[in-house]
Design a binder for this molecule. Structure first.
Ligand SMILES: [Zn+2]
Ligand SMILES: [Zn+2]
Ligand SMILES: [Zn+2]
Ligand SMILES: [Zn+2]
Ligand SMILES: [Zn+2]
Ligand SMILES: [Zn+2]
Ligand SMILES: [Zn+2]
Length: 1754
């Protein structure tokens, strides 16, 4: 595409470049009609610059526009070169003290929870860090774009409105100074001129609606004939639809289509075709046709190119204006003036108005440009902010309606600016009083909800999708209302009162439409057919909750307003329910000589609604009357006499009865919608303005009624009146066993009713109801939540109601009621209830759900038992009621109440099964307890002149009246005390009797009315008490004993399991690791242990028995028996890589023989250590495979393992595996039967081997020249002279059984396949190399982990690691037996040649580029293939030793060559030791061989130190290698942690402690070898500084350093833009924790193709950075992401915690987050251990939903 457009770039019109800004400006200065002049200029040039082809060229266009169009304006404005003019303006400017930084998408914003006036007040990061709030409680969020920093806005902050930076400017502010005084008259005039013209031009062209015709003054003479087919964004069609359609319509590739779609989504429009009208029209019709099937079609216009050109310039112009006003506040003010100046058409004709009003017609890109300009101009100028606010309010209705019908998100609508205006308290107040804003918002809102029922109430039933969509958009108006109300007035003017009350009227109208909406009727017989729509009504209620609360707060702040509001609310309630008796028959109820009139109404038969906002608002206001004492101060102003208590309570009571009936199962046929409604009614999000207020309304009504009357009405509404009014009804009732369901139902209803009474009397924690403050209320909530269980901070916050500022008020009181327990490595910090708060626990706390209540009960009883207390949970002591509600306590001692209590106790005493329940009794006991507590309180607080009228104790002592002759309540309690079936409640009854006695005593001692009572009972009581105490004590002892035994037993049981588990594991593992057991046995510790060479310690052969986990059969591991295998997982790894940019480019051609010391791509093997028969595994794997195939056909889901790639889960531990390793005996013993004492030294050995190699190579050459005659051949052989005892034609016999051989091949092939990512091919010569490589790499990585953790090399390794290394090493050593001998020999020759040069191998890497440990492993393991043909008597051991020594020496040279030779100034402390002088000598030799290219000779001390440090990892790896290879136990010294085990390692490895001795002993051959190594050109290049090399020791790789404060990461990510779509912000910036790259994840723009599939940026990155495995941090979500391959991934808990020890995945809570080092280390450890893939496997197994995520697109 680029080449096609190239010529256009060059074809810049000469005339454009020749334009001179100065000249044009000069011409304009002279002009008489400036507007015409400028317009002509634009008409001529704009189409020449913009829109010259199918694709925009922003850079070129911007450059030309600046030169030809904007430059002249700048000259004109400044009257001189703007390069001088603007700085001058800037200097003269007195900058504003407002920050006003406009937020980018994803930028972090901060709000102070202590000082922000409301949560919308935010600071940018820079201001926040320089403010006092950083030490306060703050919240951090990421901006969704739009909005600006409020630093410097004194109205936004209660304290500290300026940061350090902006404070500097405040000293000079003179209030309301006109910024124009800093500008000269000329500049003002010119600025005014040019701004007016340009702003008008921009507005005109952007709002231009014609498609092919320009405004008259912009029309050109010669008009080109080019058009654009312009595609616009909508929110209806999906990305996929648009891409698909475009490919069809304009015939482009998928990639181009994606590009178009991305731009359309981002900017709101994009031309998709350029050409003549016909050509564009054609594309348009295809697009329209293709997208109009189900929905409305995509918007497409064919526009003339010059219109598009002018529009593009119009946008450029607006941005230009935005940047120009940045120079001076004076310029800003002029622009504001120009914008708001009324045009010739009067009302709404200012430029600002015109833009706002066409907002919904503009495309996204245009909108955001002008919104930004508004923010940086109008909203930054205090004077014009006010004027703009007025314009905004005047247009409010129109703007909102436009928004509601538009389909773009709110953030793209000008309506969204409301948050910037309405949240400013002074503006909000002004708009309320002057523009009547409250009423306007509410009325606009109601206008959009037109569906009403016959009574004028909202009707959401049968809502269509379109209406639902509209409804969602309308909700933003409620948000606006909330903004307006968010700051409460401190002073009221009469005007404000008047307008607020007008708004309140409108609000009541709204609530009136909700009162009684969505009524429901109980369904009997049949289940309802369709679940009715309920969510809309609840959404409305939920959104309004805070508004309702705020309305009350406003009312509370002014007595006059409160009184008026109360009257208005009452009036509306009367309108709603005034005639509630209409058509309903009055009935009379009577119990215990009391009677009352009411209506006949049954919740179970008639309509009932859960929505009663008017009643509830009145309840709220009533409480305020009490709280503010207005009720006592101005009773004459209040309509208290008009209140009809029965009317007030009627509807809330019905609602509560409905809940009870639902609970009793009476509404089952009404389906889930009702269950959901009841749930939300009680839910923490709604209850404050629903359930809570209903309780308050009942309290209000009852406090004004005779409690007997109320109780009767309540009985009637609960449909229980019959039961309690008819004597012996209960008995009769229960005998009719036929209606078991009905009995059950009634029992539940009675329980619910008693619960309600408990609430009415007991819930006094709202300020105004009881004498408490807000703190007491929140404390009580927390105490009850924590009574259920200890909770994390976020859990607790979720269970508490939030106010409009998202605060729960919890932090201020939590310390008083709870202890905080810090989190460990996993889990969260927890709050635990302080023990002293337990006494405030109320079992019948009204916010408990049923489940919570029973959990809390259990927890509290358990606690009491632990403290050796009785198990009673008596009601807590309550605060007193406020006077207005004081009479409520009389319910408890009312006759009807006593009758109810008596009746239930009677049932319990008679105990006849059905008619009562224990929970019923429990509630009655609780009520009695409450009454006793109440009386006690009264007696304690009594003053001389008052008589305590609360005489519950007297009343319950009296037996029933004549007709019934029932025993007294007290007597019944005494009886129940001994009832065997009430064991659980005994403690409570005992508590009641005890309290009763205490109260009685108080009453007797108090001066007022002593109560006569028989002495006997008390006496009896006390002796009985004593008796009981004794019994209780005994029972307690018995219980404790029982508990102890139980505890012991369970402990034993656990031990048994643990032991068995170990036993089980042991049978699997310990048998297999006999040598490991031997390692630690003291037998070995006495002698010097040597791991290799002729002096190798001889280990007696161990027999090894293992059990198959699949068939449980035991078997001995033998050479000739069936193979046993370990489940294993092979993966490519870059964990040790020192060069992440390097990866295998072409695996088919890649030669892995030499590992580069940067270890850039290794093959790692791990195992869970579980052993199976090879054939058992084979069968298991086949079945897994078959099962998986069936499953994939059915579900097409990825499983956590990929069977097609040979993956399976270990049948025992479900560990992810992809192959098996055979279990073998030490393989060296099998071949190493020969043992001669006379062995060659290194020099002789090298010579012999070289000869053998030469012979082999000669033979190889012979074989490869096929035309040779046989005679000639034999001649050559003779000529060759085979070395003595060497028989190259000998082929050793493979000692292993067929089954073992097969497994050797299986694992070898797997390593090859995974390590190189190629198709399996067991014949490939690289197979043995990959096996050796995996062995070496795995040992290296384990050595790294041990060193990093400062663990000893042979300390207690986990069994699985030990088993894995042993099997892997032995396997690698045995693998050559199944490979071709000549191939292995070939490898050996080549490897050997890298150290001992040889004519036939030339292009070998220099010793700087060879990882010596890999070389060692390769040489040692390939050597048997050569040695087996050698019958001269050189043993394998000798070869091993010489190879090891040779490689060690090469490594020393490598270290010396690369040692960092900078002297660190430290002088040696000790006199030169032997090692130092030796190494110095060696270094001198090197210096000589390198032609003095080696740097100056540092001290021997320094060199020796470098050598020792550099060679340690190699020695450690070698020790591990030979240990597992030869099975020699490790010396005990290395098994313990310690600083250095250098000497021990040397001894174990048969090395002299002075390593340099190796060179001295073998100087004969070594000198020539060193010389050959140094001669290499690469070494020269390195020494001359032309290339780099790895230094030793290599440092461990770590995950990147993360900042302590999470917000700096967010900030970093917000500055990151997508690398592919030119400066666009990335939506899901994701940080690679391995290398620190930021990626644009989960987005179309950054998808790339990998192996023929589209993958997201993260997946693509894993392939280069982690060979398929990745560890990422998703910055916006604060979530760690693990990826493995294309199909596997999981989320992992991030290493960032808030102060409460919790993570915040998704950043929803916004608490400041800090790095938790321990957790980060844990992630790093997972990485080092190569356990990421395994972790993903476990996560996916545990959570199947993870499997459904399209990981490859992340
Ligand atoms: Zn700021
Ligand atoms: Zn600031
Ligand atoms: Zn603060
Ligand atoms: Zn088996
Ligand atoms: Zn396992
Ligand atoms: Zn990376
Ligand atoms: Zn991108």
């Amino acid at each position: 595409m680029a080449s096609e457009l190239e010529p256009e770039v060059q074809a810049i019109d000469r005339s454009l470049l020749e334009c001179s800004a100065e000249e044009i400006a000069g011409k304009w200065l002279q002009a008489t009609d400036l507007t015409r002049e400028v317009y002509q200029h634009l008409a001529h040039y704009v189409p020449k610059i913009y829109c010259r082809g199918p694709n925009p060229f922003p850079q070129k266009e911007d450059m030309l526009a600046q030169h030809v169009l904007l430059g002249p304006m700048e000259w004109y404005l400044c009257g001189e070169d703007p390069a001088f003019g603007f700085p001058k303006l800037e200097q003269a400017n007195k900058p504003s003290h407002l920050c006003g930084r406009v937020f980018k998408v994803g930028e972090p914003t901060y709000s102070c929870r202590d000082c922000a006036v409301d949560p919308t007040c935010v600071l940018c990061m820079e201001c926040f860090l320089g403010s006092i709030h950083r030490d306060h409680r703050y919240r951090m969020t990421t901006s969704g774009g739009g909005g600006f920093c409020d630093c410097g806005d004194t109205e936004a902050w209660k304290e500290g409105p300026y940061c350090q930076k902006h404070e500097l400017n405040t000293s000079e502010i003179e209030e309301e100074e006109d910024p124009l005084v800093h500008l000269s008259e000329d500049v003002i005039a010119r600025t005014y001129n040019i701004f007016a013209i340009m702003f008008r031009y921009a507005v005109e062209i952007l709002t231009w609606e014609k498609e092919s015709e320009l405004p008259a003054d912009l029309e050109m003479v010669e008009k080109s004939d080019t058009y654009y087919c312009m595609l616009f964004n909508d929110e209806v069609h999906t990305y996929e639809q648009v891409i698909y359609t475009l490919q069809k319509a304009v015939n482009c590739t998928q990639k181009e289509a994606i590009g178009f779609a991305t731009t359309v989504d981002r900017d709101g429009r994009r031309s998709v075709r350029y050409g003549d009208f016909q050509y564009c029209e054609q594309a348009k019709s295809v697009i329209v046709r293709n997208t109009s099937r189900q929905t409305k079609p995509l918007k497409v216009q064919v526009m003339h190119s010059s219109i598009v050109a002018h529009q593009n310039f119009g946008l450029k112009l607006l941005s230009w204006l935005g940047s120009i006003i940045g120079y001076s506040d004076g310029l800003r003010r002029i622009l504001c003036q120009v914008g708001l100046q009324e045009g010739p058409d009067g009302e709404n004709s200012s430029l600002v108005d015109r833009l706002m009003l066409s907002d919904s017609k503009l495309w996204k890109g245009a909108r955001s440009v002008y919104h930004q300009l508004f923010m940086s101009s109008l909203l930054m100028d205090l004077k014009y902010k006010k004027l703009f606010a007025v314009r905004f309010a005047k247009n409010y209705e129109r703007l909102q309606s436009d928004y509601v019908t538009d389909d773009h998100d709110r953030e793209f609508s000008v309506a969204d600016l409301s948050v910037q205006i309405f949240t400013v308290p002074s503006l909000a107040r002004m708009l309320i009083t002057e523009e009547n804003l409250m009423s306007i918002i509410i009325k606009t809102f109601m206008d959009h909800l037109r569906h009403r029922d016959a009574q004028g109430r909202f009707q959401f039933e049968r809502y269509t999708a379109l209406q639902a969509f509209k409804f969602r958009r309308v909700q933003s108006l409620i948000l606006d209302l909330k903004y307006v109300l968010i700051s409460k007035p401190t002073e009221w003017s009469d005007e404000l009162r008047q307008k607020f009350l007008e708004g309140f009227d409108a609000f009541l109208e709204l609530l009136k439409c909700m009162q009684g909406m969505d009524p429901i009727t109980r369904q009997v017989g049949q289940h309802i057919e369709m679940e009715p729509e309920w969510e809309a009504a609840f959404t409305l209620q939920m959104k309004l909750t805070h508004v309702i609360s705020m309305m009350q707060d406003w009312c509370a702040s002014d007595e006059k307003v409160l009184i008026e509001a109360y009257k208005k609310c009452l009036a509306v309630l009367m309108q709603c329910h005034g005639g509630y008796t209409d058509g309903e028959q009055p009935i009379t109820l009577s119990i215990c000589g009391h009677s009352v009139e009411t209506i006949r109404y049954c919740v179970s038969q008639e309509k009932v609604s859960i929505h009663l906002p008017v009643s509830r608002l009145l309840a709220g206001l009533h409480v305020l009357l009490s709280k503010s004492e207005v009720a006592y101060k101005f009773p004459e102003l209040l309509p208290l006499s008009e209140l009809s208590p029965p009317m007030l309570i009627e509807h809330p009571l019905r609602c509560l009865v409905l809940c009870a009936q639902v609970h009793a199962g009476m509404w089952r046929r009404n389906g889930f919608s009702l269950v959901n409604q009841i749930y939300y009614y009680h839910n923490v999000k709604c209850r404050r303005e629903m359930f809570d207020k209903d309780v308050v309304m009942l309290q209000t009504g009852v406090s004004m009624m005779d409690p007997n009357h109320f109780l009767m009405i309540m009985l009637s509404r609960f449909e229980l009146y019959q039961i309690f009014s008819t004597p012996d009804y209960g008995k009769r009732f229960s005998s009719e066993i036929t209606h078991k369901d009905v009995v059950q139902q009634n029992n539940t209803l009675i329980e619910e009713m008693l619960y309600l009474i408990i609430m009415l009397v007991g819930e006094r924690f709202s300020p105004g109801v009881g004498q408490v403050n807000a703190t007491d209320e929140i404390k009580r909530e927390i105490i009850h939540q924590l009574s259920i269980k200890p909770m994390a901070h976020s859990e607790l916050v979720k269970s508490l109601p939030e106010d409009e500022n998202k605060e729960t008020g919890m932090e201020s009181v939590i310390e008083a009621v709870a202890h905080f327990k810090k989190p460990g490595l996993t889990g969260r910090g927890m709050y635990e209830l302080k023990p002293e708060c337990a006494k405030e626990f109320n079992l019948y706390f009204y916010h408990f759900s049923r489940a919570e209540q029973s959990k809390a009960e259990e927890a509290q009883r358990k606690l009491k038992r632990q403290n050796r207390e009785d198990a009673a949970l008596p009601p807590p002591v309550l605060p007193p009621f406020c006077p207005l509600f004081a009479s409520l306590v009389n319910i408890l001692q009312s006759d009807v109440m006593l009758c109810i209590m008596g009746t239930i106790l009677q049932w319990a005493v008679e105990h006849n099964g059905y008619a009562w329940s224990e929970s019923m009794l429990q509630r009655v006991l609780h009520l009695i307890g409450m009454a006793l507590q109440e009386e006690k309180q009264h007696l304690e607080n009594v003053t001389e002149e008052h008589v305590v009228t609360f005489t519950f104790t007297q009343k319950i002592s009296k037996p029933g009246e004549a007709p019934k002759n029932s025993p007294s309540i007290l007597a019944m309690l005494e009886t129940l005390q001994n009832a065997p079936y009430l064991e659980v409640h005994k403690d409570m009854i005992r508590w009641i009797l005890k309290t009763f006695n205490a109260v009685k005593k108080m009453r007797e001692s108090s001066p007022t009315s002593p109560v006569a009572e028989t002495e006997g009972t008390i006496m009896e009581e006390s002796s009985r008490d004593k008796d009981k105490a004794e019994r209780k004590r005994k029972a307690e002892i018995a219980r404790l004993r029982r508990e102890k035994i139980m505890a012991q037993m369970s402990e034993m049981q656990r031990h048994f399991i643990d032991e068995n588990k170990e036993l089980f594991q042991q049978t699997l593992e310990l048998d297999a690791s006999t040598s490991a057991v031997l390692d630690n046995s003291p037998v070995a510790s006495d002698m010097t242990l040597t791991a290799l060479g002729p002096a190798q310690t001889q280990v007696p052969e161990q027999r090894q028995f293992v059990t198959c986990i699949l068939c449980q059969e035991e078997q001995e591991v033998k050479v000739e028996s069936r193979a046993m295998v370990l489940a294993a997982f092979v993966q490519r790894s870059t964990v040790l890589s020192k060069n992440r940019s390097k990866f295998i480019q072409d695996p088919e051609k890649y030669d892995p023989l030499f590992m580069h010391p940067d270890l850039s791509c290794g093959t790692h093997t791990s195992s869970c250590g579980h052993i199976m028969h090879a054939h058992c595994w084979q069968r298991y794997f086949d079945s897994v495979q078959a099962k998986e195939q069936r499953r994939q056909q059915r579900l097409r889901l990825h499983t956590s393992y990929d069977v097609e790639n040979g993956e399976f889960l270990c049948p025992l531990c479900e560990c992810l595996s992809n192959t098996v390793i055979p279990l073998l005996l030490p393989p060296r013993n099998i071949f190493n039967k020969l043992n001669f004492s006379d062995q060659p030294n290194l020099t002789q050995w090298i010579r012999t081997i070289s000869q053998q190699i030469k012979a082999l190579q000669f033979l190889r050459k012979e074989e490869s020249t096929p035309n040779n005659a046989s005679t000639k051949n034999s001649e050559n052989v003779d000529e060759l002279q085979l070395p003595e005892g060497f028989r190259p034609d000998f082929r050793p016999k493979n000692p292993y059984s067929e089954s073992i051989k097969e497994m050797l091949t299986t694992f070898g092939t797997a390593t090859y396949k995974v390590g190189l990512k190629v198709h399996p091919n067991e014949e490939d010569p690289r197979v043995p190399i990959m096996c050796w490589g995996s062995c070496a790499y795995t040992i290296q990585s384990i050595e790294r982990i041990l060193s990093d953790e400062d663990k000893p090399l042979f300390g207690p390794l986990p069994c699985r690691l030990d088993d894995c290394l042993r099997s892997l090493t032995r396997f690698a050593a045995a693998h050559w037996t199944v490979a071709s001998v000549s191939v292995v020999q070939g490898h050996f020759c080549k490897l050997f040649a890298s150290l001992v040069p040889n004519d036939s191998h030339e292009e070998l890497p220099c010793i700087l580029d060879i990882d010596m440990f890999h070389l060692l492993v390769g040489l040692v393991l390939a050597f048997p293939a050569l040695q087996c043909q050698d019958f001269s008597g050189i043993s394998l051991c000798t070869g091993d030793l010489h190879i090891f020594h040779l490689v060690t020496m090469a490594h020393i040279i490598q270290i010396l060559l690369t040692s960092c030779t900078e002297e660190n100034g430290m002088d040696q402390e000790n006199p030169t030791c032997e090692e130092e002088s030796a190494v110095l000598a060696l270094y001198k030799t090197l210096h000589q061989y390198t032609g003095s290219a080696l740097k100056e000779i540092p001290s021997g001390w320094h060199l020796w130190r470098s050598v020792r440090a550099g060679i340690m990892p190699f020695l450690k790896c070698s020790a591990l290698f030979f240990h597992y290879l030869n099975g020699v136990p490790s010396p005990p010294d290395i098994q313990v942690p310690g600083t250095s085990h250098f000497e021990h390692l040397c001894n174990y490895l048969s090395l002299p402690n002075n390593l340099i001795c190796l060179f001295q002993e073998n100087s004969e051959i070594m000198n020539s070898l060193i010389e050959s190594w140094c001669r290499n050109s690469e070494v020269k290049r390195y020494l001359e500084g032309e290339r780099d090399a790895i230094r030793y020791p290599r440092e461990s790789n770590k995950l990147i350093n993360l900042p302590e404060d999470y917000s700096s990461l967010i900030n970093q990510a917000s500055n990151f833009s997508c690398p592919k779509s030119g400066g666009d912000k990335s939506r899901a910036p994701t940080l690679c924790l391995v290398c620190g790259s930021l990626l644009c994840s989960q987005s179309y723009c950054c998808q790339t193709e990998l192996e023929g599939e589209d993958v997201g940026a993260c997946t693509a990155h894993t392939y280069s950075c982690g060979s398929g495995v990745g560890i990422f941090l998703r910055v916006r979500e604060c979530q760690v992401l693990f990826l493995a391959g294309k199909t596997k991934g999981c989320f992992y808990s991030p290493p960032y915690l808030d102060d409460y020890g919790e993570t915040d995945q998704g950043l929803r809570r916004g608490n400041p987050l800090h790095l938790c080092k321990e957790r980060f280390k844990k992630i790093q450890k997972l990485w080092h251990q190569h356990s990421v893939t395994e972790e993903i496997g476990h996560a996916q197994e545990a959570n199947q939903t993870l499997v459904g995520i399209d990981w490859q697109h992340l």
